[in-house]
Design a protein around this ligand. Structure first.
Ligand SMILES: Cc1ncc(C[n+]2csc(CCOP(=O)(O)OP(=O)(O)O)c2C)c(N)n1
Length: 531
């Protein structure tokens, strides 16, 4: 098989898997694949200069719609290493990825030959690696399908020898069926035993796929439990369960809060992806004795001692028999929460230029059809704390697989949908990490507007540690970056009037002192004795 034939065979396998999009990062060694793509009309090809960004973009696409796999295609050498962060993230988010990497012939490995590195082990642990030697057949689509269907990523490493450009067969023209993801159900009996052992559990809902929401809403109604719903669950502002959803922020879930001190809760049920709230960490520490269970389509329980039911969330929830979980104590908890939520509203008014008040203002400034992507560190937490409950429910995206602050903007560009605006809210260090991301805007399905919470450093650490080294404080502004991408730009410092988010880049400048005051007052609010 010559290079062209081998490259065409790779594309044929992609087509058979129903993959018709390629994030292409061209180089010399992958020339046979670039040529094969050029001669095919089947594939949507998005060209990238930066492999790390391309991989996160591809991840974002599949995060938004699991049926839409995008292959990332790179040349040899460190180009392959750039894929690692996105593959790590995707693994823990349960999103399968496909990498096609070109390599030099195996005989060059270890010799120091130009652009020849140990490619096979780079993604190991996060992808099933298939090494295709020069001229050898590529694996069949069904071999790869079974891996991807289990949400395992695949790394196809294809070695090419010179000549790289040769005549080859015609490109594939037919697309096979897309992937159906199956999960092996387990843990259901243990979950039922857990459910039988509690009478007033709290439910925490992490990220859900859109198709899972109805079943979770119905379950929450059926059992009556108090709920902490994170933004990416899509149920935070859901009107059908509004009288069960906590509104005063995650601090009410602290081990020294009413939930545990007043014994308003005797267990925790987590539904969906591993949540952002600190409680998930406390369940592995201070609250490890509290019986907790999780229901998820992924194998990750989030704590070492959780009862964990894996499978379709819909089927799992339909299968558990629960009593009515909302007792007198739960009612009391909701009363405390509502009193604190009222006080929280007053804090937004009192400190209107704090980070939190700005996020609240952002949520009130959005169009009803806007989607929101919240970056890691504070933005995702600020959204859960401050986004107005009275604003319409909207899709909230996040990349919480490995909690990285890298690749967040690129993921958002991949996640964007046609027919609506996607607003991405990111910290300043998070933005600095992904400065090449706007390259992807011409490949995005819909417009993306970047909102940067520029509090001049990683301020999440300010409230955790006393050393200033954690913060990486700086005085940078993003107007020059926006100009470099010819993006429209605005800087906002106050919340006195509604914001227009028409600019492609909005830099928010919260007032540091007001943010400090807000956080202090928020802490005190949750120390209050609500009787
Ligand atoms: C790739 C990566 N490196 C380091 C971290 C550790 N980390 C978590 S939050 C954070 C600071 C983020 O700062 P910024 O984006 O400005 O957001 P802020 O904390 O100010 O909201 C860092 C460095 C991480 N999560 N991911």
């Amino acid at each position: 098989m010559n290079s062209a034939e081998q490259a065409t065979a790779v594309l044929k396998v992609l087509a058979e898997l129903g993959i018709c999009e390629v994030a292409l990062c061209p180089g010399g060694r992958n020339a046979p694949l670039v040529h094969a793509l050029d001669s095919s009309e089947l594939f949507r090809v998005s060209c990238f200069a930066d492999e790390r960004s391309a991989a996160f973009f591809a991840y974002g696409r599949t995060l938004a719609d699991r049926r839409r796999l995008v292959a990332v295609l790179t040349t040899s050498g460190t180009a392959v290493a750039e894929l690692l962060p996105a593959f790590v993230e995707a693994r823990y988010a349960g999103v399968p990825m496909v990498a096609i990497t070109a390599d030099r012939p195996a005989s060059y490995r270890g010799t120091g030959a130009p652009q020849t590195i140990e490619q096979l082990t780079l993604l190991e642990g996060y992808a099933d690696v298939v090494d295709v030697a020069v001229g050898e057949p590529v694996p069949t689509a069904s071999e790869l399908r079974s891996k991807l269907a289990k949400r395992r990523s695949v790394h196809l490493n294809v070695a090419f020898d010179e000549p790289l450009i040769e005549d080859g067969p015609g490109a594939p023209t037919r697309l096979g069926e897309g992937l159906a993801m199956d999960v092996e159900p387990s843990g259901h009996d243990a979950l039922q035993r857990w459910a039988d052992s509690v009478v007033r559990p709290l439910i925490i809902i992490g990220r859900l796929d859109e198709a899972e929401r109805d079943a979770v809403r119905e379950f929450v109604r059926r059992c009556g439990a108090v709920v902490y719903a994170e933004g990416p669950s899509g149920l935070r502002e859901d009107t059908a369960i509004a009288d069960q959803v906590l509104r005063s922020g995650e601090r009410i879930l602290r081990p020294d809060g009413p939930l545990f001190v007043d014994e308003c809760c005797d267990g925790v049920l987590r539904i969906g992806h591993v949540p952002t709230t600190r409680l998930i960490r406390d369940l592995a520490g201070q609250l490890h004795h509290l019986p907790h269970a999780s229901v998820s389509s992924l194998p990750f329980s989030g704590t070492p001692s959780s009862v964990h039911a894996v499978g379709s969330i819909r089927a799992t929830l339909a299968g558990i028999d629960v009593g009515w979980w909302q007792g007198e104590t739960a009612r009391r908890l909701l009363d405390i929460d509502r009193a604190r939520a009222g006080n929280l509203d007053r804090l937004f008014a009192e400190w209107p230029r704090s980070e939190a008040a700005m996020v609240r203002h952002l949520s009130l400034s959005l169009e009803p059809s806007d989607r929101v992507f919240v970056g890691n560190s504070q933005p995702i937490r600020l959204w859960d704390l401050a986004a107005a409950f009275e604003a319409p429910a909207r899709p909230v995206g996040a990349a919480r697989g490995a909690n990285g602050i890298d690749g967040q903007l690129s993921t958002c560009f991949g996640w964007a949908q046609a027919g609506c605006r996607s607003i991405g809210l990111f910290g300043d260090l998070t933005t600095l990490y992904d400065l090449a991301a706007p390259w992807a805007r011409s490949h995005a399905d819909g417009p993306v507007h970047i909102v940067i919470m520029n509090n001049r450093g990683g301020r999440i650490f300010e409230r955790l540690f006393s050393s200033a080294s954690f913060v990486n404080a700086h005085e940078l502004a993003f107007d020059g970056w926006a100009a470099m991408w010819s993006a429209t730009y605005q800087r906002l410092e106050t919340t006195s009037a509604p914001w227009s988010l028409a600019s492609q880049v909005t830099e928010l400048r919260p007032d540091a002192e007001q943010s400090d005051r807000f956080w202090d007052a928020y802490g005190r609010l949750h120390e209050a004795d609500d009787g």
